[in-house]
Write a protein that binds this ligand. Sequence first.
Ligand code: DI6
Ligand code: FE
Length: 404
Amino acid sequence: MSLQLWTHARVATLAADATEPYGLIDEAALVVEGEHLLWVGEASKIPADLLERCDVLHDAGGALITPGLIDCHTHLVYGGDRAHEFELRLQGASYEDIAKAGGGIASTVRATRAATAAELELASAKRLQALINEGVTTIEIKSGYGLALEHERKTLSVARALGGSHAVDVRNTFLGAHAVPPEYAGRADDYVDAVLQMLPVLHAEGLVDAVDGFCERIAFSTAQMERVFQAAQALGVRVKLHAEQLSDSGGAQLAARYQALSCDHLEWLSPAGAQAMATSGSVAVLLPGAFYFLRETRVPPIELLRKHGVPMAVSTDCNPGSSPCTSLLLMLNMACTLFRLTPEEALAGVTRHAAAALGLTDRGVLAAGQRADFVLWDVQHPAQLCYALGANPRIQTIFKGQPV
Ligand code: DI6
Ligand code: FE
């Protein structure tokens, strides 16, 4: 098989065991075989026999190379938009007020149900392309605006189709337990029964890679979420949870008992919740876009997460209500500015730890055996990716060994 050699690059491997910050290697080289990396290190140390076999040569022109970015928490496939609610909030209504008055998630459910699969795909492809333009090579997409079998199926099928038509890997998450749909108003437990019926059907159709829920006083209780987690566990599907976003409901402890891949948001995470996450190995997915857009004032307990060694990921939470955001680079800046992550933590949060939040072990760092998903950037140092606001210094993306 032909081998590709990339030279004249600075590489930030983001490897967990690296001795240099960001795993930086000056004058680095990468050897790609097919869809995977065969060798990564200092150019001067490439074994001679390997160098001899490289028949396709690329000059990175001094670019910084990072792993392909991973957006591990999005609700990218939805109908309509919520700009009108943005206006209402600027007149003083709160996110919870709007949700209680039948707006919020419910209004996006109406628009998503009304849209055809083709319409949803067209609208969502624009958002996906914006993320790809910033170097995203893996993205998680949740359902949760259909809330009925045919519409959850439509959403998850559109997500799969987007993965097929774009140079990006899509991981599907079933978020049937996102909100109680209007036809179940006042009957949340009955709706959970319906979710338990949808899950095995969608799973059998190959549409579900993970299961998520919104555990919050305006959504589902821990007892209701536990029923969904039991059903996921019975199918061997990993779980995640929107937990402690608006209040401390003990969702993190529940999720930890089910070895959740991640708990997400976490503004109200308690010490006991952080301890539970550390024990279960769950990733803390931080969503500064939602924090910013909802003008939250309570920052996730970063120091507590550090103290317990809980890995932190960073994501857009791309959704029409609380984070209409299609820039993962902007989230890098906000994670640092708003949450006080170091740039190295933030970058690990969109690479290595984001992979872990999706249960993926073959990407997120640049090392032999990993997928050849990487990005060339027109910057000198990785901190510049976090420092700039609204810049996109991407030069080129390589996805599964091939230029995008
Ligand atoms: N938490 C969020 O921030 C989004 N979903 C969730 O469970 C918001 C969804 C929306 O407002 O449409
Ligand atoms: Fe979310």
